[in-house]
Design a protein around this ligand. Structure first.
Ligand SMILES: [Zn+2]
Length: 379
C-alpha cells in the first residue's frame, strides 16, 4: 500500500497557530506573576519604606560593623547614633571611647550615620564642668555632631554638690543649653522613665526588676516622675529657641493626652517613638491613630536599636550587638504597624496596624527628622 502524504488542512494550520499564540501569551503573562509571587510580602513592604529615605533618630552604635552598614544601605535607612554616658557599662563609661567608636561607625557608613554627642554629667561637681563641656560640644559640632543627648541619669541617679538629685534644669546646664541653641543643634532629652519605674507595674515592669538601679519605688528620696518632667519643661520655657526632642514620647507614652498638652504648650518640643511602640499598641487603635494624625508634624520615628558590647555587674557579658537581621525585622514590624491594616503578632501582642496615609508616614519617617535635627541627612 502506498503511503499517502497527508497534507495538513487549513483548519489544522489555524489550530496549530492558535495553540502557539495561546502558549506564548500564557508564558508572557505567567512569568512576571511567578516572579512577583517569589518576592515575600515583607520585602515589598520594606521597599516601600525604603522609598521614603527613612531616618531612625534613635540608635546606639559604638562599633563599626560593615554588615550593619550594608543593611542600612540596602533599605536606604539613615540613623542618628546617640551617645550617652552610663557608668554601669564599660564602653559607655568613657565619653572618649564612645565618641571614637561612634565616629568610626559614622565614617564607615557612606553617609548613612550622623552623630548625636553627649556630655559627662558624672563630672558635674568638677569646677570646670560648664566651660569644658561647652568646649567639647563645640569640638563635636565641628566633627559633624548634629545633636546633643541628656540622659535619664540626670534626674534619677546623679547628685549635685549639695547631695541633691541633679535635675535637667539645674543652673549648671544653662550655658550648655545656650551653646546648643546658638549652634542650631538639637537637644534630645531622655528625662524620667515609664510610670513602671515608680509604680512597679505595667508592660515595662520586668525591666525594673532586672535593672534595680532605675527602680525608683525602692528609692524614697528620689524625685517623683512629675518633678523630673517639670524640670525638663522648665528648659523648654527658658530656651524657646532650642529645639528639643523628648525621647520615648517624652516619657509620657501611656498618656497621649499629656503628650498632646506638651506639644500644644511648647512649640520647640517634638517627640520620638523609640522603644515605646508597645505602649501605642496597648491603647485604643482609633485614639492612637487620631493622635498621630493630629500631631503628624511633631513625631519622629526612632527605635533604640543598639550595637555595642555588654555591661558590668548583673548584666556582665550581656551583648547589645543586635544583628542586622534583628534591626531589619524591627523596621519591618514597625512599618507594618504604622503603614498597613494587617492584624499580626508583635512581641506576643495581637495588634492591628494603623494604616496611616503615605503623606503622614513620610513626615514621621523623614521630613520631621530633617526639620527638627538640622543636618541629620546632610552628606
Ligand atoms: Zn536610647
Amino acid at each position: 500500500m502506498q503511503l499517502q502524504r497527508r497534507v495538513p488542512s487549513r483548519y489544522a494550520v489555524f489550530l496549530a497557530a492558535f495553540v502557539v499564540c495561546a502558549i506564548t501569551l500564557l508564558v508572557v503573562t505567567i512569568r512576571p506573576a511567578a516572579k512577583y509571587r517569589s518576592v515575600p510580602l515583607q520585602w515589598l513592604r520594606l521597599a516601600e519604606l525604603a522609598s521614603l529615605e527613612p531616618i531612625d533618630v534613635h540608635t546606639h552604635v559604638f562599633e563599626a560593623n560593615p554588615d550593619l552598614v550594608r543593611m542600612l544601605e540596602r533599605w536606604h535607612m539613615h540613623v542618628l547614633d546617640i551617645m550617652y554616658i552610663d557608668h554601669a557599662t564599660p564602653i559607655l563609661a568613657s565619653a572618649e571611647c564612645e565618641r571614637q567608636a561612634a565616629l568610626q561607625f559614622a565614617r564607615s557608613s557612606m553617609g548613612h550615620v550622623r552623630l548625636c554627642t553627649t556630655f559627662d554629667p558624672y563630672r558635674v561637681n568638677d569646677p570646670d564642668f560648664s566651660k569644658s563641656t561647652v568646649d567639647q560640644l563645640n569640638r563635636d559640632f565641628a566633627s559633624g555632631a548634629v545633636a546633643v543627648k541628656i540622659w535619664k541619669n540626670v534626674g534619677m541617679e546623679i547628685r549635685n554638690g549639695s547631695d541633691q538629685f541633679l535635675m535637667p534644669d539645674d543652673p549648671i546646664f544653662e550655658s550648655i543649653h545656650t551653646d546648643i541653641a546658638q549652634h542650631h543643634k538639637t537637644l534630645i532629652t531622655h528625662s524620667a522613665e515609664p510610670d513602671a519605674a515608680w509604680t512597679g507595674t505595667g508592660i515595662y515592669s520586668a525591666y525594673y526588676s532586672e535593672n534595680p538601679q532605675w527602680n525608683m519605688f525602692q528609692k524614697p528620696a528620689a524625685p517623683s516622675k512629675a518633678a523630673i518632667l517639670r524640670a525638663r519643661d522648665h528648659v523648654l520655657v527658658s530656651h524657646p529657641d532650642l529645639r528639643v526632642i523628648g525621647a520615648h514620647f517624652g516619657s509620657m507614652e501611656d498618656h497621649l493626652e499629656d503628650v498632646a498638652t506638651h506639644l500644644n504648650l511648647y512649640p520647640n518640643f517634638a517627640v520620638d517613638t523609640a522603644a515605646r511602640m508597645p505602649s501605642l499598641m496597648t491603647q485604643p487603635r482609633d485614639k492612637v491613630r487620631a493622635f498621630i494624625l493630629h500631631y503628624q508634624d511633631r513625631i519622629l520615628y526612632g527605635t533604640d536599636l543598639t550595637f555595642y558590647q555588654g555591661s558590668l555587674g548583673k548584666n556582665a557579658g550581656e551583648d547589645h550587638r543586635l544583628s542586622p537581621t534583628v534591626w531589619r525585622n524591627r523596621y519591618a514590624a514597625e512599618w507594618r504597624y504604622l503603614a498597613t491594616s494587617d492584624t499580626f503578632d508583635y512581641f506576643g501582642m495581637r495588634v492591628t496596624g494603623l494604616d496611616l496615609p503615605r503623606s503622614v508616614l513620610k513626615k514621621i519617617y523623614h521630613d520631621n527628622a530633617v526639620r527638627w535635627v538640622w543636618g541629620v541627612n546632610a552628606n
